[in-house]
Design a protein around this ligand. Structure first.
Ligand code: SAM
Length: 267
């Protein structure tokens, strides 16, 4: 299984927003608060998806923003979500950015690096496009630490029913998505002064349908897995989750999501 598995199914912008975008939108402002960059800078963002982090960057008065993603579907959704003349959304890959050397003050990436096959190359590219004296920041979910609880619960039940699905679990696929793992990734990628911070947000689902529906929409690794299940297997997975998720008195499902954020100066 490669990290660019077909189960990743990164294409459908509106589905992504319902599945992950609604939670990534909560992490983005917390990450930017921690990054603490001044106004009026040139920003580059890698793997913008539907624009969750782009929108937050634009809310903090940058001079320019160049956001890159390899998915045309996501870029179309990002352009629709974030209509701002300071922002340019461009097709591109983290490993070979279509961006001039030393053209950015701050280069960031939210929930992307674990999906990039050559992470060292992606970090080298982030440094290449960033001016000396600038900064790099990125974050990934705490997959390996179990900190993305709604996804962890999904796979717990999925693997009970279908042990072969264990290969698809993000905690196995992305073992470096821990505090120590991202620190090591940053250091080995040339960011010697990298600092790491936990960002935790609540993920509250109004009821079981609110939890389940996004898994059936096809965008992301777990929804990609649901997509290939036969109807009976999908129903058993749904029932298994419905029976085991913790519920509040009003039927809501309260879970947490933790991301590991990294920031580093560029020399
Ligand atoms: C989990 S989404 C995150 C999207 C957005 N940054 C957010 O916070 O909601 C992962 C994103 O990484 C992008 N991606 C995957 N492989 C990539 C690569 N090699 N280079 C750049 N982006 C990539 C996907 O197209 C997708 O938009």
């Amino acid at each position: 299984m490669t990290t660019t598995s077909r189960h990743d199914a990164w294409h459908a912008g509106t589905s992504y927003d319902q599945y992950m975008g609604r939670w990534s939108r909560r992490v983005a402002p917390r990450f930017l608060d921690w990054l603490g960059m001044p106004k009026g800078l040139d920003w580059v963002e890698i793997g913008c998806g539907t624009g969750a982090l782009s929108a937050e960057i634009l809310a903090r008065a940058p001079a320019t923003l160049m956001s890159v993603d390899p998915s045309e579907g996501f870029l179309a959704q990002a352009r629709a979500n974030v209509a701002d003349p300071r922002a340019v959304f461009r097709l591109g890959d983290a490993q070979a950015l279509p961006i001039d050397t030393a053209s950015s003050d701050v280069t960031v990436s939210g929930l992307v690096l674990n999906f990039v096959p050559d992470k060292a190359q992606a970090l080298a590219e982030m440094q290449r496009v960033t001016r000396p004296g600038g900064a790099i920041g990125f974050y990934v979910w705490d997959y390996a630490g179990g900190g993305l609880e709604f996804v962890r619960e999904f796979w717990r039940v999925a693997v009970e029913l279908d042990p072969a699905a264990a290969d698809l679990m993000e905690d196995k696929r992305f073992p470096y998505c821990t505090r120590e793992g991202v620190a090591g990734l940053a250091r080995s990628g040339g960011l010697a002064q990298a600092e790491v911070e936990a960002i935790e947000v609540p993920t509250v689902f109004a009821d079981f349908d609110d939890y389940w529906l996004p898994f059936t929409l096809g965008a992301g690794p777990a929804p990609g897995y649901c997509d290939i299940l036969a109807a009976g297997a999908l129903q058993r997975l749904k029932e298994g989750l419905a029976a085991s998720l913790p519920r509040e008195a009003d039927g809501a499902i309260h879970l947490q999501a933790r991301a590991w954020a990294v920031r580093a100066p560029v020399r």
